[in-house]
Design a protein around this ligand. Structure first.
Ligand SMILES: O=C(O)c1ccccc1N[C@@H]1O[C@H](COP(=O)(O)O)[C@@H](O)[C@H]1O
Length: 210
């Protein structure tokens, strides 16, 4: 039914399991506050375990140019995921700086947030539609928080997009059915504790989404 991205991978065997299960994207979190964070040097050792045909996504939160340069100097990536408060101008600038496609996360809590999908859709190569994080929280994503998927029912999309936020092996099929999402992204929902992926949950998630 939908393509799958598994985010926040930190172990070679988990990358292999994600790919063997059928995930089409694997994500590496370059945000030090996250329990899933990896350094550029650590990610460089993980990348050779990603099979050809699986897209390597780097997740960044309000990165400056130097941080992007440093990371990309160590880690070959296929897609940049921007998950902070980057405005559309910054999205365009990151695309120009890196020469890579950018997937911009947009947080939804209610109908007032939908306009941002149009604004970012004009500059980003792909949208990642996530729950809006709570104010003052440590992480702008990866919180296992779903949003009201009915906000997206009947929406016309002008480009590629992914659904994220609190997805699990139990709820992902219903989320895809309601929203028509062509792709889904998961982090917490395939973990046994923050930052610790579980192979059985990863397999179950991909099976439920496919
Ligand atoms: O995964 C993280 O630690 C993270 C940190 C900072 C920003 C985003 C993060 N993850 C992304 O958040 C969404 C939803 O994750 P979850 O499945 O609800 O845990 C997903 O796109 C992750 O890539």
């Amino acid at each position: 039914m939908a393509q799958v991205k598994i985010c926040g991978l930190r172990r070679p065997d988990h990358i292999v399991t994600a790919a063997e299960s059928g995930a089409r994207f694997v994500g590496f979190v370059f945000f030090p506050k996250s329990p899933r964070a990896v350094s550029a040097e650590e990610a460089a050792l993980l990348i050779p375990h990603v099979p050809v045909g699986v897209a390597r996504v780097g997740l960044f939160v309000n990165p400056d140019d130097a941080f992007l340069d440093h990371t990309l100097g160590h880690v070959p990536l296929d897609i940049i995921q921007l998950h902070g408060s980057e405005d559309p101008g910054r999205v365009a600038a990151v695309k120009a700086l890196t020469g890579l496609p950018v997937m911009k996360a947009v947080g939804l809590a209610g109908p007032d947030d939908l306009a941002a999908l149009t604004d970012y859709g004009l500059v980003a190569d792909m949208l990642l539609v996530d729950a809006k994080p709570s104010k003052g929280g440590d992480l702008p994503g990866g919180n296992g928080l779903p949003f009201d998927w009915r906000l997206l029912v009947g929406r016309t999309w002008l480009g590629p997009w992914m659904l994220a936020g609190g997805l699990t092996p139990q709820n992902v099929a219903e989320a895809i059915r309601l929203t028509g999402a062509p792709a889904v992204d998961v982090s917490s929902g395939v973990e046994i504790e923050p930052g610790e992926k579980d192979e059985g949950l990863m397999r179950a998630f991909v099976a439920a989404a496919s």
